[in-house]
Design a protein around this ligand. Structure first.
Ligand SMILES: O=C[C@H](O)COP(=O)(O)O
Length: 249
């Protein structure tokens, strides 16, 4: 069965609650699609108003982070249970900004992935190499290692339900997109790695996005590649262009 494309906006630390609702209203007529799953991954404070604002549309809401414990003395953190109760369906985990600025290691990301799956959230698990790693020729080995560590102990059925986002760090927010061939090479390698560990059915089911300077001009070429099932979009998800990315055909 053909995989349905999924285009998710990662708003990062942008949009106050009132700006968020205004953006949702502006994008409403532009992001309608029967062929593509559309997700807005929004800052924690925007979740409640955005869940309300997308009611009755084709858009699902995602969080940009969560903690793996259920509750307790973890000042500033938000649990997976809280997200579910608020109407969230997806959660971005392992984004390079969290790995880099907030020192999240594979071990923590693995715990978050397992917790998200346990409560019925769909993780959008990010992986990607630095420019230095690409230039050293170790991109594929690095990605395989990240995927295997972040998914340790996750079942084949759970992996099949997930989204994996390949995001080369050098392409994030730089305007420097990976070529469609570079992106396809790594997304294909991720699928091959999933096949090796979890089997063919899981590899065929899991959706793999590309992220890194996706825009209205390059989405069609990227999403046409056989192993690229959509995009995780940063900057361009905050403007009308996001509608063009969703309706890239
Ligand atoms: O999660 C999204 C990515 O980090 C890509 O961001 P960008 O589209 O602004 O390059």
């Amino acid at each position: 069965m053909a995989r349905k494309k999924i285009v998710a906006g990662n708003w990062k630390m942008n949009m106050t609650p009132s700006q968020a609702v205004k953006l949702v209203e502006e994008l409403k007529p532009l992001v309608k699609s029967d062929d593509v799953d559309v997700v807005y991954c929004v800052p924690a404070i925007d979740i409640v108003p955005v869940v309300e604002a997308v009611k009755g549309t084709n858009v699902a809401v995602g969080a940009e982070n969560m903690y793996f414990e259920e509750k307790g003395a973890y000042t500033g953190e938000i649990s997976a249970e809280m997200l579910v109760d608020a109407g969230v369906k997806y959660v971005v985990l392992g984004h390079s900004e969290r790995r880099d600025y907030f020192k999240e290691c594979d071990c923590m990301i693995n715990k978050k992935v397992k917790k998200a799956l346990e409560v019925g959230l769909t993780p959008i698990l990010c992986c990607g190499e630095s420019l230095e790693q690409r230039e050293m020729g170790i991109t594929l080995d690095w990605i395989r290692m990240q995927i295997k560590s972040d998914l340790a102990g996750v079942t084949a059925e759970q992996v099949a339900s997930m989204v994996i986002a390949y995001e080369p760090i050098w392409a994030i927010g730089t305007g420097k997109t990976a070529t469609s061939d570079q992106a396809e090479e790594v997304c294909g390698a991720i699928r091959a790695c999933i096949k090796e560990v979890y089997g063919e059915a899981t590899a065929e089911a899991v959706r793999i996005q590309y992220g890194g300077s996706v825009n209205a001009g390059n989405a069609a070429e990227l999403f046409a590649k056989p192993d690229i099932d959509g995009g995780l979009v940063g900057g361009a998800s905050l403007k009308a262009d996001f509608g063009k990315i969703v309706n890239y055909k």
